[in-house]
Design a protein around this ligand. Sequence first.
Ligand code: ADP
Ligand code: MG
Length: 356
Amino acid sequence: MNETQPLLLLENVRVGYPRLDGRGWMPIVEDLSLSLARGDIACLLGPSGCGKSTILRAICGFEALQEGQIKLNGKIVSSSSIQVAPNLRRVGMVFQDFALFPHLNVLDNVVFGLRALAVSKRREVGLAWLERVSLADKAQAYPHELSGGQQQRVALARAMAPEPDLILLDEPFSSLDIDLRERLATEMRDILKSNDVTALLVTHDQFEAFALADHIGVMSQGHMVQWDTPYDLYHEPSSRYVADFIGRGVFVPGTIQDGATVEIELGRLQLDNDHHDPVGTVVDVLLRADDIQHDDTSPLLATVVRKTFRGADFLYTLRLDSGLDLVAYVPSHHDHALGEKIGIRLGVDHVVTFPK
Ligand code: ADP
Ligand code: MG
């Protein structure tokens, strides 16, 4: 096996569904390309309906391609003329609702895909996987006796037990309580990484994507609009759409000035060296909620017009005298009343601008 060859490669993939009136196809996923190295965890992140589940079904072999191709380990498994059967792809899937078999106990669920092994060996492998997902004591329990988080780990163990080359996860945390999600996402990343599993997950939740993935592809209406590390997606969104979708922030008007700076109502910001808009260009500057800092001693004042308690901090919406609204995360011991004026200052580390 060639170690430098991507484990999963999608090249210009197009998938559609037949139109209800029978006239041709409704395009769902268009011109999608991506490459996943062995051991990587990647995520496709996009709003509901943008085609995420369709992509996973195409990789599994449940949907045919209209154009492009999918390669696993360098071998074409899907194209407009080739369609390798799902069970021959060595791809494991964890479905959105886990899809455990209700009439089988936990161990029997986990060993379901191990028919080829002798009974004693199946049991040994199944128990080893239950150990790895910390559920060895639940081997004889039935799915309905487990919590959502435990069911999810059973689904993960079941998908991993046949040792597929690739695991696909469809919105793996969407049916779980919100306070469980972050912990389970970290836990799942540890399980995948310590077993050197290559995984592709899809979700509409950026926190899940950030907690799990090495690389994230942001999707919009069947297209991938940016593929990057979580850090670069947040700090260097390549489009207004991505800037809007990831994190909290506002766009404020600015004008490019001499010396690679941009003038906004709140002052002047230094641009990166690779910024090339001519002086006088009017742009929108992204100000994230973590770019605005509350400072009681600052002479720059803004009125609290909205606040959301988030535990460790508040998300404040702050209005300047000009009417411009900003958002800011403020530590929650700074509990200011609506209508109060509070001091703020800019703490922008990396300035992101978009043409007006
Ligand atoms: P996501 O997982 O991002 O929410 P899906 O891939 O499930 O999106 O669906 C993308 C679009 O395709 C949606 O508009 C959905 O209604 C449509 N769709 C999904 N499955 C089918 C199908 N079997 N037949 C026709 N349209 C479908
Ligand atoms: Mg879906």
